[in-house]
Ligand binder design. Structure first.
Ligand code: GLC
Length: 717
């Protein structure tokens, strides 16, 4: 008897940890539909196919309209325009037994028709409200074109410049990345998903996709649970906490288990620990790829593993379409698990208003009115300028309007590269000006001029998905062009169009100024000119470290001190290289302005101790005065970092824990204060509990992670 009881309890435990955590229907029509649906119709709601309107993955599939008509497919990606989605929706609503509307998804990740800078670029603006606005505009344009779902925000932290998809994320920092993921979620979803200008966000790629070994896309990811939870997980959680209602599984394995079948990720963390109420979608053919991972024996086994691990919808594998019915009939997947997946999906269709009016997103007039508006383009120009980072300037910038300059380089006339990868419905024809065009509108351009704007970079196809590189250098001939211009005695302002941190060691020696412009979007040409001529004083700060060379990678600002930190220049037995300094070329948080800013020493007022004490749930305020000591107004991002000097596990030498963007007139000074509390110093302690530990701390404040002033404080529980 006892053994049977134990086995029953164990079976219950397994069932509760596997299979979708039950969610309640949010709309009575969901339960009514579930009661009417056949097993095959339930499976149909878990199937997502691509249309042939555009291609974003390794395989295509014809016959999706027949699948929809037969109730075998409940969602479609890569299909848009009000007209096309209306026709597809008509088939689903009027030619199927239950008329359940289709969900239309697309990769709208940095704009839909009006394209903004790539996400790595926008993250360098540190302008959270502007990033949220970019998502709101993207949602408005996408929803007007028949879409209800975007595969964004991409929340993958990355310290891997070889990885092409570093361009799609928000850089290396979990604090900044979390603020951005939450802002984009709010921008897409607004306060009501049923509105005709909001769309469903999709948190991707869950999880830790940004840490592929050797920087090679889709490659193995392996890290401790501690490092994963402290440095990779936060941006996904921030998006979920901001209300994101779909999640996309990632192609990589983590700790030996492909994310597409990770019960730990999807059921234990996402659905149980975080209480996620939305649905999880696979990435493109991700379920089938578990066969290649060596984790599933065949397609049916892959479908069984994924559904039982909490993956609710199958993008493009057809594994669910081909096998789920039999898996439920055989008991390998319980119908309760399938019902939970379908309920999660139907809840979202109800929340989007599709059960009320399936055609609400298919209005051609609204589509015309809401896309590529003058306001959207003006905003795109502004956020592009804010995203640019002035890495070096020996005074050649800003240029003077009317002065003679040459505009040279292989990227001087490009428009296509401005749109970067994942350009949504952005069209090159909508790009009004290249950098050369835009400069010509401001000043005479002459090839013989002694002052040169040299535009170099990577073609956009060298970044994005399946675009990893073993070199992060510019093409040799580009560097040689820079050097030859300098040998001719020219003054050179280098403008870069690229989607990853580059090794600029040589270029930084030769160029008189370097402006990192990323892929700046539809209005990028004008935005570059705005910065070059000082109409916008550059304010961008790097959200990712630029190494001196690939040999330093991975290199990031929240590194550990090690037992032999490199302190003594001539020491041998310290953590150092024989051929290169430890410091990066350009540190996280670095970015120059046309003015200068001076920082006072940080003070923690109201305390009589050398090192003020933070107690229990109390707070401390640290203040600093920033002064614009230059001749033009400028915007500075004041950054706050913290270090825990001794912990039950080793702690980083600095971690970003706050920042504030301030704009100061020449001569103006401003007091900036940050509140320190125990959450700011909490971490996964040696027993993996989250919380603070008593001890001594340093606080660093400045305009870059390597340009700070410090103060000390203590913490007692
Ligand atoms: C791709 C990408 C993912 C994208 C999806 C749909 O393979 O990994 O980011 O959202 O397919 O296009």
């Amino acid at each position: 008897m006892r053994k049977a009881l134990v086995l029953a309890v164990m079976a219950l435990a397994v069932a509760s940890c596997c299979g979708n955590k039950a969610v309640k229907s949010t709309d009575p029509r969901v339960d009514e539909l579930l009661k009417k649906m056949t097993l095959e119709e339930k499976v149909g709601q878990t199937v997502l196919f691509t249309s042939d309107w555009t291609v974003t993955g390794p395989s295509m599939r014809s016959g999706y309209l027949e699948d929809i008509k037969a109730g075998r497919c409940g969602a479609l990606l890569n299909a848009y325009t009000a007209d096309f989605t209306r026709e597809v929706q008509r088939v689903a609503v009027e030619e199927t037994r239950l008329g359940i509307p289709i969900l239309f998804g697309y990769d709208v990740i940095h704009g839909f028709r009006t394209i903004f800078p790539i996400n790595l670029g926008m993250s360098c603006s540190w302008d959270i409200p502007a990033i949220e606005e970019s998502a709101r505009i993207a949602a408005e344009e996408a929803a007007a074109a028949g879409l209800q779902w975007t595969y964004s925000p991409m929340c993958d932290i990355s310290v891997e410049p070889r990885w092409g998809r570093i361009s799609e994320g928000s850089g290396e920092d979990p604090y900044l990345g979390s603020l951005i993921s939450a802002a984009m979620t709010r921008g897409y979803q607004g306060d009501d998903l049923s509105k005709d200008n909001t769309i469903l966000a999709c948190v991707k790629h869950f999880a830790a996709y940004g840490a592929p070994q050797a920087g090679r896309d889709y490659n193995t990811v392996d890290m401790s649970e501690r490092w994963f939870r402290e440095f990779y997980l936060p941006p996904y959680k921030a998006a979920i906490d901001a209300g994101a209602l779909s999640v996309m599984a990632s192609f990589n394995e983590l700790d030996g288990v492909p994310a597409h079948a990770s019960n730990h990720l999807m059921n234990e963390i996402l659905k149980n620990e975080w209480g996620f109420q939305g649905f999880v979608v696979s990435d493109y053919t991700g379920i089938n790829e578990m066969i290649m991972h060596g984790y599933a024996a065949d397609e049916s086994h892959a479908a069984e593993l994924s559904m039982n691990a909490g993956l609710d919808m199958d993008m493009m594998s057809a594994a669910y379409m081909n096998h789920l019915t039999d898996l439920v009939k055989s008991g390998k997947v319980s119908e309760k698990t399938l019902d939970n997946a379908v309920r999660r999906i139907l809840n979202i269709k109800a929340a989007l208003g599709l059960l009320d009016d399936p055609y609400k997103y298919c209005d051609t007039e609204r589509e015309k009115e809401r896309t590529l508006t003058p306001e959207n383009k003006a905003f795109a120009r502004q956020i592009a300028a804010e995203s640019m980072v002035l890495l070096k300037n020996n005074g050649v910038l800003p240029l003077k309007k009317g002065e003679k300059v040459a505009v040279l380089g292989p990227m001087a006339t490009t428009k296509d590269d401005f749109l970067g990868s994942w350009r949504g419905a952005g069209q090159v024809e909508s790009v009004p000006a290249s950098i050369e065009d835009a400069i010509k509108e401001v000043t005479p351009v002459a090839a013989s001029a002694s002052k040169v704007v040299l535009v170099l970079g990577e073609p956009w196809s060298w970044t994005g998905e399946a675009a990893s590189r073993t070199s992060i250098n510019l093409p040799k001939e580009q560097t040689e062009l820079l050097k030859s211009l300098k040998k001719q005695g020219k003054t050179v302002a280098l403008v870069l169009l690229n989607g990853r941190p580059l090794d600029l060691s040589e270029e930084s020696e030769w160029a008189d100024a370097i402006l990192e412009a990323w892929y700046p979007g539809t209005m990028g040409g004008y935005a570059v000119a705005d910065v070059l001529f000082g109409d916008y004083n550059p304010s961008g700060k790097l959200s990712v470290t630029f190494p001196r060379n690939l040999g330093q990678v991975p290199i990031y600002h929240y590194a550990k001190n090690t037992g032999r930190p490199y302190i003594h220049p001539d020491a041998k037995y310290e953590s150092r290289y024989l051929d290169c300094p430890n410091e990066p070329l350009y540190a996280f948080g670095h970015g120059l302005s046309y003015t200068t800013f001076e920082y006072s020493n940080p003070v923690i007022p109201g305390t009589d101790r050398e090192s003020p004490m933070l107690k229990g749930d109390g707070t401390l305020t640290v203040k600093v005065t920033v002064t614009n000591t230059g001749k033009v107004a400028g915007t500075e991002t004041v950054q706050l970092y913290i270090r825990d000097l001794v912990g039950s596990v080793t702690r980083p030498v600095k971690q970003l824990k706050g920042f504030e963007r301030i704009t100061l007139q020449p001569g103006e000074c401003r007091e900036v204060s940050f509140t320190i509390d125990k959450e700011m110093i909490s971490f996964y302690r040696q027993d993996m509990t989250w919380g603070p530990e008593a001890g001594d701390f340093k606080v660093f404040i400045g305009g870059a992670s390597d340009n700070v002033k410090e103060a000390s404080f203590g913490y007692e529980i």
